[in-house]
Ligand binder design. Sequence first.
Ligand SMILES: Cc1cc2nc3c(=O)[nH]c(=O)nc-3n(C[C@H](O)[C@H](O)[C@H](O)COP(=O)(O)OP(=O)(O)OC[C@H]3O[C@@H](n4cnc5c(N)ncnc54)[C@H](O)[C@@H]3O)c2cc1C
Length: 500
Amino acid sequence: MTETNPRKRVVVAGGGTAGWLAATALVRQLGPLVDVTLVESDEIGTVGVGESTIPTIRTFHSFAGIEEDAFVRATGATFKLGISFENWRRDGDHYFHSFGSVGRSVFLADFQHFWLEARAQGFGGSFGDYSFELRAARENRFTNDPEAGLAYAYHLDATAYARFLRGLAEPAGVRRVEGRIAAVERDGEGGDITALTLASGARIEGDFFIDCTGFRALLIEGALETGFEDWSHWLPTDSALAVQTELVGPPAPYTRAIAHRAGWRWRIPLQHRMGNGFVFSSAQMSEDEARAQFAADLEGAPLFEPRLLRYTTGMRRQAWHRNCLALGLAAGFVEPLESTSIHLVMIAITRFIRGFPFARECAALADRFNAQSRAEWEHVRDFVILHYYLNQRDGTFWPGRAAMNIPDTLAARIALFRQSAAAYQDQDDLFRIDSWAQVLFGQGVEPASWHRIARTLPPEQLRRALADLDAGLAARVARLPTQAAFLGARYAPSPAAAAG
Ligand SMILES: Cc1cc2nc3c(=O)[nH]c(=O)nc-3n(C[C@H](O)[C@H](O)[C@H](O)COP(=O)(O)OP(=O)(O)OC[C@H]3O[C@@H](n4cnc5c(N)ncnc54)[C@H](O)[C@@H]3O)c2cc1C
């Protein structure tokens, strides 16, 4: 039957990053077509982490009409050009996964083939030397001037981000209800969700529900029992300590991910403080040991006691089930090694709005959504597993990672690169060829062969082409300000920015 009332009542359960992103985008994009109510509990609060992002955040911000300067000021954001991976292959080792492209590809062959040929002939430096973003990051330089052409994302304060989004969503028409969801009501016949009942007794009815209740997954799992696909046999870390510290120097324009004996730790610099985390496998390291190790490695003074978060890696079997869509941690979790969770929220919201369920019957829309969502999550999962799998570390944790049975999809990619230096990005894949190449090289893969197109060049031409690329990048980097100077000049100066 045709739907007569197009104004859909959408209820967003939860007001963390996922909830406020969904509410903001829905109201800004669909405006008069939806009534959006968001329920959140001050008493429960948010997860309070999730501070490193990837460049797709900028696409989403422009989609949702979020202005960069206001966002950076409100969230104390700094700019991110990539991730520095330290000790991943083995202790003392280091590589960088940068945004943007590496070198210059031609129709016949991607840049890594030319670089491999140069290296075989004894010149060319390192692969990363041909990334503008990496070279800027090495020198702590940054500008968002489009003329400079840096590909970038942000480090942001998660709590401030949710507050900032709320400040956009409420004036645009989102109704916020504070209170604890005590029960989820379902239609006795069809099984759809009909209303949320709060502890206060208030009832919030809706046509469609978005579960953003974090790890609790109150609607998608608590009420609908959708099921969870556990990936912890591939990604066995299950715990993270998180704490903020004072900044001890100017903020770097990149995230650091440093492997340790049972996981890794992160450093995410903001304008006003550092975000630190310590990810570990509880089967391999006790909480006490993790706390001691974490505290010993902190650079600045902690601003509070480190908080412990527990999780299971995996995804909800269906992110969209009946009249409920799960977003954020309610939809699943792949550890934050490549800063992909907020991206997965954003891409899901975008796709949901494009395929918005205006009619009551929406099973086919849900099927399509779930198929794409699964492909995205599995792609991210594979990329994260790659970092663990290709390690040469010793101890009790890492050799098991190197010996595990990895997903076939990932095994095929590694085999392809090992054999021929080829990598690819399918239509819905997040990670670019350069991303795969940087991590595969970084984790120590030596391709047995590569495309020989570079051998058809006259002698010296390859050498000159690479030297020109190198010199061009050096000149572009030299023109960039330091990130600290850029932040100080453009945004409210912070002590760290002033120090830089
Ligand atoms: C250790 C760790 C590190 C991470 N690092 C990154 C990163 O660097 N980059 C990245 O992109 N992502 C990262 N993430 C993921 C990121 O934090 C989340 O994707 C993002 O914050 C979204 O969280 P959320 O909104 O789904 O959940 P939450 O922030 O937990 O929000 C849940 C909301 O639901 C509400 N709620 C729950 N139960 C009830 C109830 N009964 N009644 C009413 N309200 C309720 C809460 O009050 C809250 O408002 C990380 C996650 C973890 C665990």
